[in-house]
Design a protein around this ligand. Structure first.
Ligand code: DG2
Length: 248
């Protein structure tokens, strides 16, 4: 059986992307711009003839809404959907809710980048009593322990085994699979797909709302290393904007 296509889609701009706040597991909505990005993402899929057979999303509304809008635009609103917490954004710990530029100003560029982009240094844990903690959130009641913070390595450990056990077999069956998720959960997946080192993954930024496609050879090896953005120019500009979120 020939492998299908894997499509990665980071949600469109969220309210906290727009206000430059660390978001993590806080369940914020899309902005109007974000809704427009999601629609454009769906139109790009349709134009490319990439019609998803199944959708995987996180449990967060910015990814869920993005996928709904994109699939509606591609006339694929009816496909089966699987939602799982393992696709959630990296839990940003005590940084959740803080402004990125103010945090960079307060702690300095090095500490800021360590928290944002180091592979194995998590931010300080959030106090479970903090209003931005998810400890009492019913959607995570089945977890033995709701995260209080995560580094990218923690995301790799929860998401990649799920990808290999649940999502990859669908691609291996020849399906076109849409994964609607987040900046850092998708960085974890791209790290795995492209074999990016723990050090080099720091430089990778995923733009909002632009489909990134992966195709595979007969034996499941990635056929287009780095993936293919359906709008490469917009993707480059979007990735640069993410990189500069703390201000230059
Ligand atoms: C952003 C990523 O996640 O932020 O949690 O603040 O994709 O869900 O908006 P997303 C957040 P950076 O790691 O790029 O600062």
């Amino acid at each position: 059986m020939t492998y299908g296509t894997l499509i990665l889609l980071r949600h469109g701009e969220s309210e906290w992307n727009a206000s430059n706040q660390f978001t993590g597991w806080v369940d914020v909505a899309l902005t109007e711009k974000g809704r427009g990005e999601a629609k454009r993402g769906g139109e790009l899929l349709k134009e490319a003839g990439l019609l998803p057979d199944i959708l995987y999303t996180s449990l967060l509304r910015r990814a869920i809404t993005t996928a709904n809008i994109a699939l509606d635009a591609a006339d694929r609103h009816w496909i089966p959907v699987v939602r799982d917490w393992r696709l959630n954004e990296r839990h940003y710990g005590a940084l959740q809710g803080l402004n990125k530029a103010e945090t960079k100003e307060k702690y300095g560029d090095e500490q800021f980048m360590l928290w944002r982009r180091s592979y194995d240094t998590p931010p300080p844990a959030i106090d479970p009593a903090n209003k931005y903690s998810q400890t009492a959130d019913p959607r995570y009641a089945h977890l033995p322990q709701v995260p209080l913070t995560e580094c990218l390595l923690d995301v790799v450990k929860r998401f990649i085994p799920y990808y290999q056990a649940v999502i990859e077999p669908q691609v291996a069956q020849g399906k076109t699979v849409l994964v609607a998720a987040h900046g850092n959960s998708l960085r974890a997946l791209v790290k795995h797909l492209d074999g990016i080192s723990d050090a080099d993954i720091a430089a990778l930024n995923i733009p909002t709302g632009i489909p990134l496609t992966y195709t595979f050879t007969e034996d499941g090896t990635v056929a287009n290393p780095g993936g293919t953005y359906l709008d490469p120019e917009a993707a480059a500009a979007g990735a640069a904007a993410v990189a500069n979120q703390g201000g230059k």
